[in-house]
Design a binder for this molecule. Sequence first.
Ligand SMILES: [Zn+2]
Length: 221
Amino acid sequence: MKAKISEAYQKLIIDTGRELCQQNLTIGTWGNISALDPDTDLIYIKPSGMEYNKIETRDIVVLDKQGKMVEGFRKPSMETLMHLAIYKARDDVRAIIHYHPIYSSALAVTGVSLPAISEDFVQLVGDKVVCAAYALPGSEELAKNTLSALGKRKAVFLLNHGTLAVGRDMKEALKVCEVVEKTAHIYILSKKVGKCRIIPEEEIRKIQDLAKNYPEKLPDG
Ligand SMILES: [Zn+2]
């Protein structure tokens, strides 16, 4: 029986790519986006080497969880191994965005971690973003390094390369992209002003508990 292909998921990949470019979070063909449809367990992923604003629904590659092509005629993104490894290891992830933004890449080229310096970052992303060890783009080694540095967090830096964000859905993954980039920008600016306060572990736990169990207490906080 032929698997059911979702046009909504195909469009989600296209729209997210355009949104990334509009927000200057990536340019040209760089970066890649995928989403997992829990109803069919199929993965929708950006085709390799295509500019975001030229991609149409038929260009989106659909894979099963083992990476076998189910639909499409293009080559899937060169970072497909990385996407597959994350979906395999993290049940909570249904969307992945790898992008090449300016400020978080400034940290990613130095191998510096982004610490917990703001509330929104702690609520959404985790206690920090660390940098994965370098490996060639598209390699199995990069997939392995990325997964191990990502851990249970929502984002990871790739040394000399860029950033990767994950989410329970595409809306959350995109929000993670924005918050990581904004926090990296603030962190870099704060270095010129003085020493910024890193939120201590105990406070991180309390903030995350509030966000998880009492989201109504942090509506716009
Ligand atoms: Zn990349």
